[in-house]
Design a protein around this ligand. Structure first.
Ligand SMILES: [Mg+2]
Length: 359
């Protein structure tokens, strides 16, 4: 089998309220990989809030696509390595990591379709359903928005809800968390997300006023570049730390593990160099008894959690319009069943490219 074409574009997809209060749209850098045997692979990278999507597309088109044309798509590991080592002067983090991710996901889609197996089965098949948590709770939500969103997820059976703690006043965050917790009652446990906004000292102060709320985790306390600071926070607060959505490769995750910087690791398959590297990260985590809870894109991440025995929860953020994908896995009773289709099982809906394409 040979790769004959890679067609890539940017889709700009509006979000619904209340998430639109924080991000009016997200962007997807989509790559369709065609082969001489007619099998096609769909890969994409979700660019949250859209920042840098056009640069991801440019890097994919100009630097990575030429490395794939004419190659055997089933040699995924070899092609991953070829792309990862393609430019000595550009590390595969940020823009370049997102571009590589989209192509790696597309290559694996071809591998699954060729084997007539869903990816999680191809990779070992640990479970055919994955528990999820409802996620959102952005800083721009009113308390009413927050509670309505949390209850909407709870109505789908989610036993976990995650919200942001973005107020500069630690006690204001405490009040918001408490209000949601009270509204949800004991059937739902909660997590909080700092989104890198604080330094070590501010995190210690913030976590101290949340300690008694039985939170599952305290997420991304410091700038993702500073693995040492994350380690320090994890040692000094009494809530388990989760992090990793802005870390891009097994080497960064190895350091997080060595520094005992997180109880839960959260690679994002669209950032951390695709399924290939995310699986390596997950297996590395298993060697250290660390659980993996992948960041967003649950429709792609379920394949990873379905393939490993140290998967914890996938992040359900149900922002996508119905006319983007043909069929999107749904949450029922707090779980998402793995699709039975070969590959990752996702196809863009007819007309989605025409409707949402912006580059
Ligand atoms: Mg987060």
């Amino acid at each position: 089998m040979k790769i004959t074409a890679v067609d890539a574009c940017v889709l700009t997809v509006p979000t619904p309220k209340p998430i639109a209060l924080e991000f009016p749209h997200h962007k997807l850098v989509v790559a369709e990989i065609a082969t001489d045997e007619g099998v096609k692979g769909l890969g994409y990278s979700l660019v949250f809030g859209g920042a840098g999507a056009e640069s991801v597309l440019t890097y994919l088109e100009t630097r990575l696509k030429p490395l794939l044309l004419g190659e055997d798509p089933l040699a995924v590991e070899r092609l991953w390595d070829k792309m990862y080592r393609g430019d000595r002067g550009v590390r595969r983090v940020g823009i370049a990591g997102m571009a590589l991710s989209a192509l790696d996901i597309g290559l694996w889609d071809i591998a699954g379709k060729n084997a007539k197996q869903p990816l999680y089965r191809l990779w070992g098949g640990a479970t055919d359903r994955v528990a999820c948590y409802g996620s959102g709770g952005w800083g721009k939500y009113t308390e009413k928005d927050l509670i309505a969103e949390a209850e909407r997820y709870a109505a789908k059976g989610c036993r976990y809800y995650k919200m942001k703690i973005h107020d500069p006043d630690p006690l204001a965050n405490r009040r918001r968390v408490e209000s949601v917790k009270k509204a949800l009652g004991p059937r739902v446990r909660m997590m909080v997300d700092v989104n890198q906004k604080l330094d070590v000292t501010a995190n210690i102060r913030q976590a101290a006023v949340l300690e008694d709320l039985d939170l599952v985790w305290y997420e991304e306390p410091v700038l993702a570049d500073d693995l040492a600071a994350c380690g320090e926070v994890a040692q000094r607060i009494r809530i388990p730390v989760a992090t990793g959505e802005n870390n891009y490769n097994r080497f960064e995750f190895r350091e997080l593990i060595e520094r005992k910087a997180a109880t839960y690791l959260m690679p994002d398959v669209c950032r951390a160099n695709g399924y290939s590297e995310t699986l390596r990260i997950a297996h590395l985590a298993a060697a250290h008894q660390v659980q993996v809870s992948p960041h967003v894109v649950y429709e792609l991440s379920i394949q990873v959690c379905g393939a490993i025995s140290n998967g914890f929860l996938v992040e359900l953020m149900d922002w996508m319009p119905e006319d983007l994908f043909q069929e999107i896995p749904q949450c029922r009773d707090g779980f998402i069943a793995l699709p039975r289709k070969p590959g990752h099982g996702l196809e863009l809906a007819p007309g989605a490219v025409q409707k949402y394409r912006t580059a």
